[in-house]
Design a protein around this ligand. Structure first.
Ligand SMILES: Nc1ncnc2c1ncn2[C@@H]1O[C@H](COP(=O)(O)OP(=O)(O)OP(=O)(O)O)[C@@H](O)[C@H]1O
Ligand SMILES: [Mg+2]
Length: 112
């Protein structure tokens, strides 16, 4: 299994969620995050406001998926979250050791 962490713009969240759901992804975790990329120290527009601060607000979407569906998940996020402007975000991929559905005790991909 793989864990995909995508840091995207807030206004893209709904599109990304809908697109992933359409591709058969049944679960995800979303959180509000703050950070910076390589324009550190420069300004960035967020909801009409120009931020000259160190940490720009973004949304982090975490999806755990099978290795077989990894490319589909990544492509879906890329296609829906990209504007082509600075600050579109980033995708990180890691190996995930195990998953467990607490209600049933199912493990691995059965738990996704
Ligand atoms: N190397 C990194 N490690 C962890 N988080 C990062 C890293 N780079 C970017 N991020 C996170 O991703 C968010 C968006 O980054 P951003 O899209 O600005 O990346 P970038 O490399 O500056 O690309 P761009 O030139 O398109 O802006 C940051 O606010 C931060 O939360
Ligand atoms: Mg940047």
């Amino acid at each position: 299994m793989k864990k995909v962490e995508a840091i995207v713009r807030h206004f893209k969240l709904e599109d990304v969620k809908n697109a992933l759901t359409e591709q058969g992804i049944d679960g995800m975790t979303v959180s509000e995050v703050r950070g910076f990329g390589r324009q550190k120290g420069h300004t960035e527009i967020y909801r009409g406001t120009e931020y000259a601060i160190d940490f720009v607000p973004k949304v982090k979407i975490e999806v755990v998926c099978s290795e077989d569906s990894l490319q589909l998940v990544v492509d879906t996020i890329l296609q829906t979250a990209q504007t082509g402007q600075i600050g579109d975000g980033k995708i990180f991929i890691t190996n995930l050791e195990d998953a467990i559905r607490i209600r049933t005790g199912e493990r691995g991909e059965d738990a996704l």
